[in-house]
Design a protein around this ligand. Structure first.
Ligand code: SF4
Ligand code: SF4
Length: 472
């Protein structure tokens, strides 16, 4: 029944194949010949299958694990260098008709404040985000055909792209909305979205149905096949993710990679990003009610193995995680992080009053964007606000060929430096500016192509003189 190219969820995420992969992992996790062969294959930098990666996840041989971590660091360095892309979530509305048991926006929660931003309020929020320095947003809203119809989402995207405020600009809007129709995905594509993000939450159909007892999201197949419809609608950058803690992490890990393999096999393009959220405390939600929580150590192992299994897929971690976990995760494979996030509706323009509670989850990392940038620079990472690929039409397989041809140092690196320079000129504190300018000087030398290096240096000088928005 398992068929990687099938368009039916129950065939490309066939439960019996997930279970067979876990059995294969248990049978081979102590067989060092098999483990070594898988690590050797991973060294080629072309990824691993869900079965192979599951063996490494099950393996607890310390020496082999250290090899996997070293390899994850190496792959991260080879494909992504020391750049970290920054973004912010923007919550537009927390009206929702679904009954997800792990989310405070579930329809039966009567003590949460329900809010939906007007276009004017969206403008206020976005200007506040621009004033921090953000260039890339992910818009989030609950599923509610009456309060949050597709027309509202499209209008919001148009509003966001058209705000002209000082030197600010939101250059890429990623969208995280409920599974929808091909027609609606086409409308989102035409509105100029970046990535379409939809978390699977859990791939285990039985658990999925229990965790989503009511509302349209209850339909496992419709939700799981959403990325296929998005691709049919012309969106070729899609972002996957599971909510770790709901189901057994081993099941989720294998199925997540099966989903990535399916997209590659059926559409010729794998996922653009994978997010790794863990269940967090929120209004009406107690994470200990879900008995599959994972330790920080296991979380790090999963991140390292995703990095090794799908080297071309960006990995995202949010402010759900604290500074220490984020620091480790950056080393092992994360390429994008959110900064200074507010998970309440309308929380950027003004802090939510205490009696209101419209947030989706508690934020662990509460630092300002400038503090996050300062921290990244101190750790040796180049913070990047780059959005060039999407704006140059390098999406889907064209983006993948940029990765695969290893032109990243001649493309992502100068873009990172130029967008960092914009940030330093327009928004940074004195200390961040000083450290950032010193970093740019050093990092410029790393651009291999002499012509690109010269043009980048020229643009960096022009940014000091007030010009903006250069890209390769
Ligand atoms: S997870 Fe999404 S669909 Fe479910 S209740 Fe929360 S906002 Fe609604
Ligand atoms: S050039 Fe493309 S791949 Fe590189 S950081 Fe910018 S958007 Fe990402």
């Amino acid at each position: 029944m398992y068929d990687v190219k099938s368009m039916k969820a129950e065939e490309f995420i066939a439960d019996e194949e997930v279970r067979a992969a876990l059995k294969y992992a248990d049978d081979n996790k102590d067989n060092m010949e098999v483990v070594d062969a898988i690590i050797a294959k991973a060294r080629l930098g072309k990824g691993l299958t869900h079965r192979e990666a599951s063996v490494l996840l099950a393996c607890d041989n310390e020496e082999k694990l250290q090899e996997v971590y070293a390899l994850a660091r190496q792959i991260k360095e080879d494909y992504y260098g020391n750049r970290i892309v920054l973004f912010a979530p923007l919550y537009l509305s927390n009206y929702c008709v679904n009954g997800c048991l792990y989310c405070p926006y579930h329809a039966k929660n009567k003590h949460i404040s329900r809010k939906k931003l007007t276009q004017d309020e969206i403008r206020r929020e976005v200007m506040a985000l621009q004033d921090m320095g953000h260039k890339r947003l992910a818009i989030e809203l609950g599923e509610d055909p009456v309060n949050n119809p597709i027309e509202y989402v499209l209008e919001a995207i148009d509003t966001i792209y058209n705000i002209k405020h000082k030197n600010g600009a939101i250059r890429r809007v990623n969208v995280n909305i409920a599974a929808t129709t091909v027609e609606n995905y086409r409308k989102l594509k035409d509105a100029g979205i970046g990535t379409y993000i939809l978390f699977q939450e859990t791939y285990n159909k039985e658990s999925y149905e229990q965790l989503h007892p009511t509302g349209p999201k209850h339909d496992y197949a419709y939700h799981t096949e959403a990325m296929d419809r998005a691709m049919e609608g012309g969106i070729d950058d899609v972002g996957l993710g599971v909510l770790f803690g709901l189901e057994s992490y081993r099941y989720e890990f294998a199925a997540l990679l099966m989903h990535a393999e399916h997209l590659e096999a059926a559409h010729g393009v794998g996922p653009h990003t994978i997010s790794v959220p863990r269940v967090k405390k929120a209004d009406d939600i107690d994470p200990s009610a879900f008995d599959n929580g994972i330790s920080d150590e296991m979380f790090e192992k999963i991140i390292a193995l995703i990095r090794v299994a799908v080297p071309y897929t960006g990995m995202i971690i949010s402010t759900r995680e604290g500074k220490a976990v984020r620091e480790k995760a950056l080393e092992l494979g994360i390429s994008q992080i959110s900064g200074a996030s507010r998970t309440s509706v309308g929380g950027y323009y003004e802090e939510e009053p205490e009696e209101d509670n419209s947030a989706q989850f508690d934020v662990s990392d509460r630092r300002t964007l400038d503090e996050v940038l300062n921290w990244l620079i101190t750790l040796g990472y180049v913070p990047s606000f780059c959005t060039a690929c999407y704006r140059e039409g390098r999406t889907g397989d064209r983006f993948m060929s940029l990765c695969k041809s290893k032109q990243i140092l001649n493309c992502c690196h100068p873009n990172a430096l130029m967008t960092l320079k914009e940030y330093l000129e327009d928004y940074a504190s004195e200390d961040t500016k000083k450290k950032g300018l010193a970093m740019i000087e050093e990092e410029l030398k790393k651009i291999p192509n002499e012509k690109v290096r010269k043009v980048a240096a020229q643009h960096l000088a022009e940014i000091s003189e007030g010009q903006r928005d250069f890209r390769f």
